[in-house]
Design a protein around this ligand. Structure first.
Ligand code: SF4
Ligand SMILES: [Zn+2]
Length: 353
């Protein structure tokens, strides 16, 4: 069975089981310290209840690790309603000097079928009036990145940085196609990045690549190598920042199904540390490691003694862009065993093939 057919079935089942929620119940916001292009600052995160990612709603069923569709109302939300929700969420936060505003639509901010132009314009105009906001960060699949839409956004933001983040996940087209079901290839990503780059002389526009750590059907060792290779590739392609997302198990995904059957587990935090060390030595642009879900049952793990300590070290290293100071923990032996064992099973599998 093709991965697309499998994903399509899994998605249909998950959607049938979903409890219907009102758009306002699906919105959320929070703030935290963050690294801006100008140095340490503050970020406000806003989740808007748009109708859901077109890729996840298509026959392809979407990406194998993503359940953002479960955070979508699956029906049209009017522009006025979206703008009201946005303004209401904004009003809950003090906008301190040096703030980045990050908008998540569980899909593509630049796709007008997900976020109508009227709402997009109104949101950007509102942000343009906020003096303390330095950066506006949005997400999009590459097919919605066009010169025209980027110019429309930048013209509304004047002197603020407008950053488009693209979920490249891996620089390997094979992994994107057969392990993530991403629905686009490196050439699509490069086209989008080149479009962004071509506007840099006229606007304060930047790009970011999201890279996924440890897709399904990937060994611990392969996950490390793929993450490092993908960071190298993204820098070469011309992105301005990289954000790694280590796997956590989302509900209603193929990843969850394999995890329940014992055929998948999220990466070790030791692997994450290894990736940070290697990438910080090789890549010169800012690199952030997301730590959501660290130490939980469904997220990256080490052992109870060191999960939290390493999580905090990684958060600090995101702000300082330095390599976290490593301390000893006996669980490292098990990680080394896993990395080596995954290689033995891989070469044995290759021999059998
Ligand atoms: S990861 Fe992004 S592109 Fe893939 S299904 Fe989720 S929202 Fe859509
Ligand atoms: Zn430990």
């Amino acid at each position: 069975m093709e991965i697309q057919d499998l994903m399509s079935d899994i998605r249909k089942n998950a959607l049938q089981r979903m409890d219907k929620k009102l758009p306002v119940e699906l919105s959320a916001s929070w703030s935290s310290e963050d690294l801006l292009y100008s140095g340490k600052g503050n970020a406000i995160f806003i989740i808007l209840p748009t109708p859901g990612c077109v890729h996840a709603l298509s026959e392809s069923g979407g990406c194998t690790m993503c359940s953002y569709i479960a955070d979508s109302p699956l029906e049209t939300v009017t522009s006025d309603e979206l703008v009201d929700i946005f303004k209401n969420l904004m009003s809950r936060h003090e906008i301190k000097p040096k703030t980045a505003l990050k908008i998540f639509v569980s899909g593509s901010f630049l796709n007008e079928d997900e976020l109508p132009k009227k709402a997009r314009d109104e949101i950007l105009k509102t942000l343009n009036n906020e003096e303390n906001i330095e950066e506006v960060v949005v997400e999009s699949r590459p097919e919605f990145v066009s010169e025209e839409v980027l110019q429309e956004c930048c013209n509304l933001l004047h002197d603020k940085i407008f950053e488009v983040s693209i979920g490249l996940e891996s620089s390997s087209d094979y992994i994107k196609k057969y392990k993530i079901n991403k629905g686009f290839l490196n050439e699509d990503f490069e086209r989008a990045i080149n479009t962004i780059k071509s506007l840099k002389s006229d606007y304060k526009i930047t790009s970011k690549a999201y890279l996924f750590v440890k897709p399904i059907l990937t060994s611990e060792k392969e996950a490390i190598e793929d993450a490092v290779a993908s960071a190298r590739y993204a820098e070469k392609a011309g992105v301005d920042r990289i954000s790694f997302c280590p796997a956590t198990i989302h509900k209603g995904t193929l990843m969850e199904l394999l995890w329940r059957r014992g055929s998948y587990k999220p990466p070790w935090i030791w692997s994450i540390l290894e990736i940070i060390k290697r990438v910080r030595n090789e890549v010169k642009i800012p690199v952030i490691m997301d730590t959501s879900g660290f130490g939980t049952r469904r997220g990256p793990f080490n052992c109870k003694k060191c999960n939290k300590k390493f999580k905090n070290l990684i958060i600090d290293s995101n702000l300082s862009q330095t390599i976290p100071e490593e301390f000893k923990c006996e669980c490292k032996r098990n990680w080394i065993g896993d990395v080596e064992f995954s290689e033995i099973t891989r070469s044995t599998t290759n021999l059998i093939r």
